[in-house]
Design a binder for this molecule. Structure first.
Ligand code: UDP
Length: 459
């Protein structure tokens, strides 16, 4: 390791928003930087860092990733300890800005200064802190570039809200109102999150780099449009190397699970199922479904006749129908968290019923798994549109006027994706995207070259 550390080319601070879907891609990007000789220090919150049990993540291919947390003001309980979303986000900004500035100074005093800060779009205040410290800055987007185009136009007042019709912005196919992000379609919902979303674009013009966790082929038009405004580089997918180019030794998982999965339970159960027969169901780390939606999904999964592995987070489990698990028997397995990549990569998986969180969609693309989209909120409706109409790797479940995906629709979409007329085409496309994703991050691929360029600029 001493040799590796001696060859360290530069030191970069990486600041993710404290949630699983943000830490995963930024930590993975840190590993890519390490593989190119850059030292990274990752700054989750103090509360989340406690779940790591170590202050370094060893890499076998470069400098280890150092963990130096900042504070969100809730060191004992994180988001769950705050009275409300608004109170938490204000505290994260205020305590986060202060402790980030202190960390930058401390690293200077320790003789290990950073040259650049890569900050999550959701922590746009970090840009101001980094600028004040005279550092190079890079915003890191954990959402799609099409979504960037939509939100940019909202933030600059170029889209009138509430929506009165379709959404037309550069680089993006026309969106029906229900295909637009929920903050626009259901105007007034989750106002604090909508403010965070918009704030990504408030100071972006000052960022030296704009890094996007996609690969160019996924969204050429949106990337080209963004590139007219900023120094944009696509650097994804940040899915662990084992599932893509295999160039980073031992990079098989995201290294920081906020909830511990029971890996053996899932794998042993999947091992008993035939190839391509299981539906993997997950709504990610944040979405909260209504009791009625749980009822419809439960009935749909029981009626479709396929086996399923369903991730229902602990906080959501009381919404499952009372006798659901007993009635399902060996046909279904309900777990509170999974090692999603291992599950998606298992040969028994036939499709992924997902809320279309951007990481989940990207993982499906990289692993070649067909998708049934049941989007819930935020950018998920737009991601689901891309799944069906642009990448053509799956279908979206239609919702009724109450916004509920009814069991008949769920069953119909699963059947179509698994064995219907469209399934052949969908499978073919899924295989194709898997290949393109791998090529993009592999030696000399579009994302690999972009990472090299970014690294060269830091040295
Ligand atoms: N994930 C996981 N196990 C689960 C469910 C999700 O490891 O049981 C991971 C998943 O692989 C993804 C992240 O959690 O990387 C969720 O991010 P996404 O953007 O899909 O959704 P969010 O949680 O942000 O809504």
């Amino acid at each position: 390791m001493a040799n590796v550390e001696q060859t360290q080319k530069a030191h970069v601070l990486v600041v993710p928003y404290p949630a699983q879907g943000h830490i995963n891609p930024m930590l993975q990007f840190s590993k890519r930087l390490a593989s190119k000789g850059i030292k990274t220090t990752l700054s989750p919150t103090i509360y989340l860092a406690k779940s790591m049990h170590s202050n370094t993540i060893p890499t076998h291919y470069g400098p280890p990733i150092q963990i130096r947390p900042i504070s969100d003001g809730y060191d004992e309980g994180g988001f769950g300890q705050a009275e409300s979303t608004g109170v938490y986000l204000d505290s994260l900004r205020d305590s986060g800005s202060r402790t980030l500035a202190e960390l930058i100074s401390k690293l200077n005093e320790e003789g290990d200064p950073v040259q650049a800060v890569i900050y999550d779009g959701f922590t746009s205040w970090a840009l101001d802190v980094a600028k004040r410290a005279g550092l190079v800055t890079a915003i890191f987007f954990t959402q799609s570039c099409s979504i960037n185009s939509v939100y940019y136009h909202v933030q600059r007042g170029l889209i009138q809200l509430p929506l009165s019709g379709t959404v037309s912005v550069p680089g993006v196919p026309e969106l029906q109102p229900w295909e637009a992000p929920s903050y626009m379609h259901k105007y007034g919902s989750y106002p604090y999150w909508f403010d965070v979303i918009k704030s990504q674009f408030g100071n972006i013009d000052q960022a030296d780099w704009v890094l996007c966790n996609i690969f160019y082929e996924m969204e050429k038009e949106a990337v080209d449009w963004m590139s007219e405004l900023w120094k944009v580089r696509t650097i994804g997918p940040t899915v662990p190397s084992y599932y893509l180019d295999k160039r980073l030794e031992n990079d098989k998982d995201y290294s920081m699970q906020l909830i511990q999965p029971d890996i053996a339970l899932c794998t042993n159960w999947l091992d008993t199922k035939p190839k391509g027969s299981v539906i993997y169901v997950s709504f990610g780390s944040m979405a909260e479904l209504t009791d009625e939606q749980f009822d419809e999904l439960s009935q749909g999964l029981q009626e479709c006749g396929q086996s399923f592995l369903w991730v229902v987070r602990q906080s959501e489990q009381s919404k499952l129908p009372k006798d659901f698990v007993t009635k399902t028997g060996d046909k279904g397995l309900v777990v509170s968290w999974s090692s999603q990549l291992e599950v998606l990569a298992h040969v028994a998986i036939g499709c992924f019923l997902t809320h279309c969180g951007f990481n989940s969609v990207l993982e499906a693309l990289c692993l070649g798994v067909p998708v049934v989209g049941v989007p819930q909120w935020t950018d998920q409706p737009t991601n689901a549109k891309f799944v069906e109409d642009v990448w053509k790797i799956g279908l979206r479940v239609k919702v009724d006027e109450e916004g509920i995906a009814r069991k008949e629709e769920v069953v119909e979409c699963i059947r179509e994706v698994m064995e219907g007329e469209k399934s052949v085409e969908i499978r073919k496309n899924a295989d194709l995207w898997k290949k393109v994703a791998r090529e993009a991050i592999d030696d000399g691929g579009s994302s690999d070259k972009n990472i090299d360029e970014f690294v060269a600029s830091l040295v």
